[in-house]
Design a protein around this ligand. Structure first.
Ligand code: AHR
Length: 515
């Protein structure tokens, strides 16, 4: 080969290997009075009586040496308030359809115990019940979302629960609440009518459940604040579109405000992978399952559009997140898992999906808040750590109740073997003060990606940012090294003319603020 040709081939090969991939994003920042608002409830959480989620997680009891407010850990309260938790779903999950709320109110020494049959067969002493949960929500500044028991409960029981927490008129249930020390009602707006009715909630067919829903929903009122109640039907598992279609066809619009959807980022139920020691292939598969949420939300929304073109019924993704093997040596029924940068990728990508579909997605609840599945907080005795997922939730809280700005993304791929996925996802919003925020995720664990954002419709003079990244996607915060992963100031960003140029580190989450 001639030296010139040799030089050219060498240069081209070097360029192909070293030049960073280029992604283009078109962001329209123009005012649009019809643009949807990103409901703050998309940033909601889920707390089930499962493993160390409630006991040890939120609640240590008021005689604990761990600093607490009415039994709820003060460090947890401070962290969740700082993250801006908007709503909390409780008491399950599968547990909800075994839970009889009257066992969890009144003097603690008189509350009967039960066996937690779904989660480890432990004894549930009912010391954390309705009053404890609702008082905790008040302290957190979070709206409660109660899952009612349809599987093993009765219409009367659920109707009584609504009255107990929300009724101001004189009736046996509001009298009971007052006798239990709470004069004013809490006024709970969000109610789930059963959970996973197709499975642990009663193994029902959609036709049968639709009828059950109609019956329960009819009596889900405290008769004095009807307009405030938001009733959520137990929704589909993943891509069971028939479930959504059947419910929407059979439930009258005046009985339903929301319909749920559950999807976990999971490799395979028979092979879930370690939460921290996962391979490149396992990481890729988890990301594939994560991004599938976009298809699910689009397809379930299309069914809702058919029956509810005015978009009155919200899609409520009240369980989502990564699900792995439990930590070695822990109770398999407790679902305790660590939380790595892989979880930060799941959180950032999924929240971008929800934001971009906020015309239909009105609430989403990450499963689960503390010490279970994809948690934002892990506790060990008096110690508490914040996970990478916590920091994503905190970075993204700028979108809560902000107006969605449309983004069109032409993303480079993240390639592994013969598989490929879009490397970059993004969403953007304008808050009430006119400040624009863009959140971006680069799921590619091996490459920095160069991104060019073209902004139209508004001029900006300043851009600042923060980034969450670490040397490896397998990295995590531990009790020994709790501050290994934390957001840092992002400097690799440049604002010029109508565009922003950034270099996004491998496996990172970035939030940009445009003034
Ligand atoms: O989040 C753990 C469990 O997953 C919930 O209890 C159930 O609803 C789902 O199957």
């Amino acid at each position: 080969m001639k030296p010139k040709i040799l030089f050219l081939s060498f240069t081209l090969a070097w360029l192909a290997f070293n030049v960073k991939a280029q992604t283009t994003i078109n962001l329209s920042a123009a005012d649009n009075p019809k643009a949807p608002v990103i409901s703050k409830y998309i940033y909601s959480h889920f707390a089930e009586h499962l493993g160390r989620g409630i006991y040890d997680g939120f609640f240590v009891g008021d005689t604990s040496k761990i600093p607490n407010t009415n039994g709820v850990r003060n460090d947890v309260i401070a962290a969740l308030k700082k993250m801006k938790i908007p709503a909390l779903r409780w008491p399950g999950g599968c547990f909800a359809d075994t839970y009889h709320w009257k066992d969890g109110v009144g003097p603690k020494d008189k509350r009967p115990a039960m066996i937690n049959k779904w989660w480890g067969g432990t004894v549930e002493d009912n010391s954390f019940g309705t009053n404890e949960f609702l008082n905790m929500c008040e302290v957190l500044g979070a709206d409660p979302y109660i899952s009612g028991n349809v599987g093993s409960g009765t219409v009367q029981e659920l109707s009584d629960w609504v009255n107990y927490v929300s009724s101001d008129s004189k009736n046996p249930m509001s009298d009971l609440r007052k006798a239990n020390g709470r004069e004013k009602p809490w006024n709970v707006k969000f109610w789930g009518i059963g959970n996973e009715a197709w499975g642990c909630g009663g193994n029902m067919t959609p036709e049968y459940y639709a009828n059950e829903f109609r019956k329960y929903s009819t009596f889900m009122t405290s008769w004095n604040n009807d307009s405030k109640i938001y009733r959520v039907a137990s929704g589909a598992s993943v891509d069971d579109y028939h479930w959504t279609e059947t419910l929407m066809k059979n439930i009258p619009r005046d009985l339903i405000e929301g319909i749920a959807l559950h999807h976990y980022a999971i490799i395979d139920w028979s092979h879930k992978s370690s939460a921290t020691k996962f391979s490149k292939e396992e990481y890729f598969k988890t990301m594939k399952s994560t991004l599938f949420m976009d298809t699910l939300v689009a397809k379930h929304s299309a069914i809702l559009d058919k029956y509810d073109p005015q978009k009155k019924v919200g899609l409520v993704v009240d369980e989502w997140g990564g699900w792995y093997d439990v930590e070695p040596g822990t109770n398999p029924g407790f679902l305790y898992q660590q939380n790595s940068m892989r979880d930060a990728m799941i959180a950032g990508s999924t929240l971008n999906i929800f934001n971009n579909h906020c015309d239909r997605v009105r609430m989403a609840n990450l499963a689960q808040c503390i010490n279970v599945l994809q948690s934002v907080i892990l506790t060990q005795g008096d110690k508490m750590i914040l996970t990478p997922t916590y920091y994503v939730m905190q970075m993204y809280n700028v979108h809560q109740n902000a107006t969605l700005l449309p983004v069109a993304i032409a993303s480079e791929n993240y390639v592994l073997g013969s598989g490929k996925l879009p490397a970059i996802s993004a969403s953007a919003s304008r808050d009430k003060d006119g400040i624009v925020h863009i959140t971006l995720v680069n799921i590619d664990p091996d490459k920095t990606h160069k991104i060019s954002i073209n902004v139209s419709g508004k001029k900006f003079i300043k851009v600042t940012g923060s980034v969450l990244a670490s040397a490896s996607v397998n990295d995590y915060n531990s009790f020994e090294d709790p501050k290994k992963i934390q957001p840092k100031t992002f400097k690799d960003v440049d604002l010029k003319n109508d565009g922003i140029a950034i270099n996004m580190p491998s496996a990172s989450v970035v939030v940009l603020t445009l003034n």
